[in-house]
Unconditional design. Structure first.
Length: 208
C-alpha cells in the first residue's frame, strides 16, 4: 500500500498539529476546529489518554480531507495497532529502522527524529522520505542549514520542538518543509473555540 502524499496536505499550511494530552471526548471537536482553520495534518502522541480511540474518531470524522497520525511511536507493535485505527503517518523522537519499515509496510508515512547526519542517513536508508529535526529550537536554524545540503534531494524535514509563531517564518525560510507545533496550538483541557483561535493565529503567522 503506498504511503500518503504528505506534501499535498502541507502545501497550503505547513503545520503538523501535535495534540499531546487530547482525550477521545474532545478529539472530533478539536480536529474539526483545526481543519476549519486550515490545518490538514494532525498528530496524537501515544502518551495521550486512549490515543487510538482519538485517532480513529478524528480519522472517521475528517476522512480523506485530512491526515491523522500518531506521535511518540517507539515500537513495531504500536505501528501494527495504529494500522487498524485509521492512522496515516507516524512520528517518532528517534530513528529506528524497524519502526520505519513497519510503518511503510502498513502504508503509513514515517517521520523519524534525528539530530545528526548518522541518524538522518540511517532513517533514509530505512526508507524514510520525511525527517523530524528534534528538538529543533535548542539545535537552531544554523544546525539545520549545515545538515540540509548533504541530505538527498527529495528528503524533507519537519522542525519540531521550540517552534511556533514567533519563529515559524525563520524555519520555513531556512528550508524546513513543515513545522510540528504542540502547546501553542493545543494544551490538555483546551476547548474547540480556544484551539480555533490559536490555530487561526498560527496559520496567519506561517502564511505571513
Amino acid at each position: 500500500m503506498p504511503s500518503p502524499n504528505l506534501s499535498a496536505f502541507l502545501c497550503d499550511v505547513p503545520i503538523i498539529a501535535i495534540l499531546r494530552g487530547l482525550t477521545p471526548g474532545d478529539a472530533v471537536a478539536v480536529g474539526t476546529a483545526l481543519f476549519d482553520a486550515g490545518i490538514r495534518v494532525m498528530e496524537v502522541p501515544l502518551n495521550s489518554p486512549d490515543p487510538l480511540i482519538s485517532i480513529a474518531a478524528m480519522a472517521d470524522a475528517l476522512g480523506d480531507r485530512a491526515l491523522v497520525g500518531a506521535g511518540t511511536v517507539l515500537h513495531v507493535g504500536e505501528v501494527h495497532d495504529l494500522s487498524h485505527c485509521g492512522a496515516r503517518f507516524i512520528v517518532s523522537p528517534n530513528t529506528d529502522a524497524r519502526v520505519i519499515g513497519a510503518a511503510l509496510d502498513a502504508g503509513m508515512q514515517a517521520l523519524p527524529g534525528y539530530q545528526t547526519p548518522t541518524e538522518a542517513f540511517a532513517a533514509i536508508a530505512a526508507g524514510a522520505e520525511w525527517l523530524k529535526l528534534f528538538p529543533a529550537g535548542p539545535l537552531g536554524v544554523a544546525h539545520f542549514q549545515a545538515l540540509a545540503p548533504v541530505l538527498p534531494a527529495g528528503v524533507r524535514t519537519v522542525a519540531v520542538g521550540g517552534v511556533g509563531g514567533r519563529n515559524a517564518r525563520l524555519w520555513l525560510d531556512a528550508g524546513a518543509a513543515a513545522l510540528g507545533i504542540g502547546s501553542e496550538l493545543y494544551k490538555p483541557g483546551d476547548n474547540a473555540a480556544t484551539v480555533a483561535d490559536k490555530a487561526r493565529a498560527l496559520v496567519a503567522a506561517v502564511q505571513g
